[in-house]
Design a protein around this ligand. Structure first.
Ligand SMILES: Nc1ncnc2c1ncn2[C@@H]1O[C@H](COP(=O)(O)OP(=O)(O)O)[C@@H](O)[C@H]1O
Ligand SMILES: C=C(OP(=O)(O)O)C(=O)O
Ligand SMILES: [Ca+2]
Ligand SMILES: [Mn+2]
Length: 666
């Protein structure tokens, strides 16, 4: 116990024995104490530092350099480069070219690294520009720091230091805010219509592609580039899309926020250090200037948000929204253009594989269960949202998952719950200010709370994320009307009919302005992302399913026993049992009966699921209300399909006829 007096005779100090009761004790230093005896030993063997700065410099070890830094700590990208550029300089040259203003012809001067650690960088000689002084704007005189493929830990530090609303949660995830926009803005998406895309893409009624001209794209591009170059630092991610090595696409994402950089780090495929070293020129570049609005006086702009795709230039510009999902879904749109050109079908679906190598696809719109149901502890996860189906089988486009977290529970979704740890981006969640425990039920910021994590955070993920041809094609619909059966087996024509229809109730959240579930039809279960006419994708799907003998299923993950408001959502545990029965093959051999109007085959029994809910009418108390609602939905299906009746699906006139006949009959 520490005393008040000089009880430690060998110590280097003692309280004055004469310390007055009310005064602070005086400290006197004892003379002649032997250094070997003191407990606070300042004369211990010397360590390798003399100053605090030297101590700090010992803490960080140089990582195996993908890009060796030059003497002085920085690499400068001037206009006349060194004779033999290092790979770091090559990267900076490439990024400078990406960020070049199209009107001023030169790229910005770039420095690698964080501006706050740039004291040394100031020493690096700066080669004068060859552009006449009169042409140099202030922005041409400054340096921009490039934070290239930072690690999650570095991005955490950047976010926490510089981005308000960034916090570490109790499980180590990075909580962040996406700003005013907490969902995608499909009405603000624009695609450049030029000679090629005018004939190739799907335009007009029902199409997600709202046109803009090349000139307007360049105006927005310049706006984004100037904004990014005005910053002290920008983040650059060089990554890949598509696990199929023969059809891999190199993407570069230039952004202003650590949040965006970490999100894409998680969502795209992460290159190895060697791959990054030899990355070269990207195939596609995103300029994310989402903090900065577009100019509403610009032609084609109807709000201050604009998400613009130029396929010819292989570029995408984001202005006026910081919702990170725009980047991943924007790139998905690009894949929906590039892949079919190579006879590869792009799919808005989750995908997993059983121990026997049986692959299942889960198509569905946002909130219908792709992520939840493809993340299955008994199966290998190939991916939760975006895939390709080629002659070789399936491949995930992405390197991560983007799960909805509203009402997330450890019991119902353990694998997703456990994936929310260090490295994971948690968007727009609410947490306890002290414990930093997340309240997943809290919708104060948005209903569309999300977690973005690398796919290997799911313990049974299949790396590399590829698999053989699918055996089961599961169409998920979250039916807010509560009239579709929880499970029905489809023939090929029915599968195509429902694939082209893409029915669901759009659950609140993922798109701006949707507060209540509302019936919606979205062709190919992803009309917001497709580029070509839906029947092109449908024809490819039909051909592949036929060739592989895959079975189609329609699973209602929505309401039962009444519409939204009256009935209740089908229990996730029951849906999982239904999915298990599809995977195991037991449902293929079940006995079925056909429903009226939609002509769907309903199994009489599914193990673990109460039989009363399998036939929707049984679950409704008011049978008349059920019939009216069923007819209403059938009418909506018929109206929606009218735009497709004049299109042929594939070369097969017979299949087209069958598909037209596969809709509701009333
Ligand atoms: N019966 C059910 N089947 C699937 N998901 C359900 C069910 N009931 C509730 N849910 C919830 O619905 C949401 C489905 O979202 P998610 O799997 O992220 O959809 P998607 O990936 O298709 O956008 C999850 O929050 C899940 O917990
Ligand atoms: C991120 C999205 O994907 P999903 O809701 O399908 O997971 C989205 O549609 O914006
Ligand atoms: Ca979606
Ligand atoms: Mn999802």
């Amino acid at each position: 116990m520490a005393g008040n007096g000089n009880e430690n005779a060998d110590g280097d100090f003692s309280f004055s024995a004469a310390a007055a009761r009310d005064a602070l004790p005086r400290i006197t230093t004892e003379k002649g104490a032997k250094s070997a005896d003191v407990c606070h030993d300042d004369t211990a063997p010397r360590v390798n530092f003399q100053t605090i700065d030297e101590l700090h410099s010992l803490q960080k070890k140089r990582s195996a350099p993908t890009t060796p830094l030059k003497e002085g700590g920085g690499v400068v990208m001037g206009t006349s480069g060194p004779t033999t550029p290092s790979s770091g300089e090559t990267m900076l040259q490439s990024v400078s070219a990406s960020l070049a203003s199209l009107t001023r012809e030169t790229g910005p001067k770039l420095i690698r690294g964080d501006p706050t650690s740039a004291a040394k960088v100031a020493h690096v000689p700066h080669t004068p520009t060859s552009v006449p002084a009169a042409d140099v704007s202030d922005s041409g005189l400054k340096f921009t720091h490039i934070l290239h493929n930072l690690s999650p830990a570095e991005l955490y530090e950047q976010a926490i230091k510089y981005e308000k609303g960034s916090f570490v949660t109790s499980t180590g995830a990075l909580a962040t805010l996406s700003g005013a926009k907490t969902g995608r803005s499909p009405k603000d998406k624009r695609v450049v219509k030029d000679e090629t895309t005018a004939s190739e893409l799907w335009w007009g009624k029902g199409s997600p592609n709202i046109e803009m001209d090349e000139q307007t794209f360049l105006v927005n591009r310049e706006r984004a580039v100037d904004y990014l170059n005005s910053l002290d630092k920008v983040f650059v991610n060089d990554q890949y899309l598509n696990w199929d090595p023969e059809n891999r696409i190199k993407v570069r994402i230039v952004s202003a926020r650590a949040y965006h950089s970490l999100f894409m780090h998680n969502m795209c495929i992460r290159p190895t250090p060697e791959e990054l070293e030899n990355f070269g020129t990207p195939d596609f570049t995103i300029y994310n200037a989402g903090k900065f609005p577009c100019n509403r006086y610009t032609h084609y702009m109807t709000s201050s948000t604009s998400v613009d795709i130029n396929l010819e230039r292989r570029e995408m510009v984001i202005l006026g929204t910081q919702y990170a999902g725009e980047m991943k879904k924007g790139l998905f749109g690009v894949m929906h253009y590039l892949m079919p050109k190579r006879k590869i079908l792009s799919l808005h679906s989750g995908c997993n594989m059983g121990k026997e190598g049986d692959v299942a696809l889960f198509f569905g719109l946002s909130g219908t269960g792709k992520t939840t149901l493809s993340t299955d502890h008994n199966r290998y996860l190939i991916g939760d949202d975006e895939h390709c189906w080629s002659d070789a089988g399936v491949s995930n486009i992405e390197g991560g998952c983007y799960a909805k977290c509203i009402d997330l529970s450890r019991e119902k979704e353990p694998d997703i719950w456990n994936a929310i740890k260090f490295g994971t981006v948690l968007e727009n969640v609410v947490f306890d200010e002290h414990t930093r425990e997340v309240d997943y039920n809290d919708k104060s910021v948005t209903e569309n709370t999300r977690a973005a994590y690398p796919i290997e955070y799911i313990p049974n993920s299949k790396i590399p994320c590829v698999g053989p041809h699918p055996k089961n094609v599961i169409l998920l619909a979250c039916d807010a009307f509560g009239v579709l059966p929880p499970i029905s087996k489809l023939d090929l024509a029915q599968t195509m009919y429902h694939f082209i229809s893409g029915y669901t109730a759009l659950v609140a959240g993922t798109e701006e302005g949707v507060k209540e579930p509302r019936a919606t039809f979205s062709a190919c279960f992803g009309a917001a992302f497709i580029m070509l006419h839906p029947t092109k994708y449908a024809a490819m799907l039909a051909e592949k399913m036929q060739a592989q003998g895959a079975t189609g299923w329609l699973v209602n993950t929505g309401w039962s026993g009444g519409s939204y408001g009256a009935g209740s959502r089908i229990k996730l545990a029951y849906t999982r049992k239904i999915i298990d029965a599809i995977h195991s093959g037991s449902l293929l051999n079940a006995t079925y009966h056909k429903t009226e109007i939609f002509g769907l085959e309903i199994p009489n029994e599914v193990e673990g699921v109460p039989s009363e809910i399998l036939e929707p009418m049984n679950a409704w108390e008011d049978k008349e209300a059920y019939k009216d609602t069923l007819l209403k939905l059938a009418g909506l299906f018929r109206n929606n399909f009218e735009t497709f009746t004049s299109h042929k699906i594939g070369d097969d006139g017979k299949l087209t006829e069958e598909i037209l006949a596969a809709g509701p009959n009333f």
